[in-house]
Structures are given as C-alpha cells and as structure tokens.
Design a protein around this ligand. Structure first.
Ligand SMILES: N[C@@H](CCC(=O)N[C@@H](CS)C(=O)NCC(=O)O)C(=O)O
Length: 264
C-alpha cells in the first residue's frame, strides 16, 4: 500500500528544513522524510515543484507540492489547525508573519554563509562533517567529499569570500539585536503575545547554527571551526542567545536529532 502521509523533502542539518520539521512535530503530524544528497537536492526540488522552487524544504501534502518553509507552514496551518502557530488576533498574526519574514530573509542565508565560510577555513573538519551526510560508500572518499562540500558552498553561496562572510556576521548580529529588542518589548518569553508562535519557531530554528542549542539537529558537542566559535563567544551574553537555548529546550519536542551533516 502506498504511503499517503505528508512527505518532507529536506536536508538533515539545514536550519530551513528544521523550521518545517519543527512545525510538523509541533502539530504532531505523522510524516515521512526524504533527504537526497545536498547539492543534488536542487534538481530534486526543481523537479518536484515543476521549476517553481530550487530549495528544500519541499512538502508533498495530499497531492500538492509546496516549496519554501513559509508556504509549508501556511499549508500546515490551514490543513491541521490544531496546535496553531499563527496567533488568532489579526494584528498579532500580521506581526508574527512579519517577524517570520524578517528572520527568513535577514538571518537564514547569513547564518549559513558564516558557518560555511569558517568551515572552508578548516578543510579537515569540513570533510569530517561532510562525510556524515553522504551515503556510506561515498563516505570512504573523505577527501573528495570535503572538496565537493567546499566547491558547492563556494560556488552556490560564495562562502569562500571573506568580505561576504564579514557582512554575514554583521547581519547575524543585527538579527540578534532585533531578537533582543522584540523580546524585551514583549516581556522576554515569546516574540508575540503570550503563546509560542511561528515567530518564535522561525527565530529559534534559524539561529540554531549560531547558538547550537541542545535538542537541535546538530549534536551540541559537534566540533566548530575556531573562527566561528570566537564569533559565537561574542554573542553568548545576549538575552536572545539564552532564549534560543531555552526555546529549543521547552518547545522543540519531540526533536529528532540526526547525525551531523555538511549542508545548512
Ligand atoms: N526561503 C527558503 C530558503 C530555503 C533554503 O535556502 N534552503 C537551502 C538549504 S538550507 C537550499 O535548499 N539551498 C539550495 C540553493 O539555494 O541552491 C525557505 O524558507 O524554504
């Protein structure tokens, strides 16, 4: 019999995929997951969405194929209204969606670029991490897999560019400024109102590569490039940093931690 459950096409280590996984798990939706090789996933996304989207996550849901994490959550919210992620109040909902968009655009791509840049600076470590996200037989060719990871992230995201990485770090700090300010304005626990919403889910999941909270897709003891660890140290005292850790602890249940992998 064919599997009619929603199917999430995803990358284990990706923070945008984590955003979609968290929404599915928050709503308790039984689903299955497919994780093609990072890089190859672009062709898969284009094929699944008939050219509409070249990124993961993509969700197959009752005959529809939905690309982009924001559209995925909107579709889940409509089809599975229990455990809502959108605030009921229209003005709060508007602000929650505005914050979702802010973190999607102003944090997500930059968190990815900053981590990849510093991994490129430590080829051994990058190779070590990259082999964990490829099929076992390929994993034996660690040098090649590491070169593939460096090449893909440089070509696709410009992760080998020092100026781009400096801009990315500045964007991450600006996103942390916004997180701190929004939390302070709303009492410190939630970004909007007095309930967990899509705004909290988005900020926490897209900050996970920066904060590496427990219960996130990457094991907390995963080695980090020294340059990124130094950058992380500069943010550790921020209220938003502790909030990301706490939000994972309190709201990311049940997490499905996966082995570390190469692609964010
Ligand atoms: N706006 C998209 C961004 C998703 C995204 O950037 N996904 C990455 C993985 S973290 C990807 O598939 N990148 C492939 C590419 O950009 O070519 C969303 O919210 O889903």
């Amino acid at each position: 019999m064919s599997d009619t459950r929603p199917r999430l096409w995803q990358i284990d280590i990706s923070h945008f995929s984590e955003k979609a996984r968290w929404a599915l798990d928050h709503k308790g939706i039984d689903h299955n997951r497919r994780s093609p090789l990072p890089g190859v996933h672009i062709a898969v996304a284009l094929w699944l969405t008939r050219g509409a989207s070249k990124t993961f996550p993509v969700l197959e849901l009752e005959g529809r194929t939905i690309g982009d994490s924001t559209a995925v959550i909107a579709a889940l919210e409509e089809r599975f209204p229990d455990h809502p992620l959108y605030p009921e109040d229209p003005e709060q909902q508007r602000r929650a969606l505005e914050l979702e968009d802010f973190f999607d655009e102003e944090l997500g791509p930059y968190a990815r670029l900053a981590v990849f840049h510093d991994l490129i600076g430590e080829p051994e470590l990058f190779a070590e991490i990259a082999v964990q996200s490829v099929p076992a037989p390929m994993g034996r060719a660690k040098g090649l897999v590491g070169a593939y990871a460096r090449g893909y992230t440089s070509l696709r995201f410009g992760a080998d560019n020092d100026e781009a990485a400096a801009r990315a770090r500045a964007k991450i700090v600006a996103a942390m400024d916004r997180l701190d300010a929004e939390l302070e304005a709303n009492g410190g626990e939630f970004l909007i109102g007095d309930r967990f919403s899509v705004a909290d889910l988005t900020a926490a999941s897209l900050f996970f590569p920066v904060v590496a909270p427990e219960n996130a897709p990457v094991p907390a003891d995963q080695p980090t490039p020294a340059a990124f660890e130094e950058f992380r140290e500069g943010l550790r005292h921020r209220p938003g940093y502790a909030w990301v850790e706490e939000t994972f602890r309190r709201h990311r249940k049940p997490a499905r931690p996966v082995a570390a992998a190469a692609s964010l």
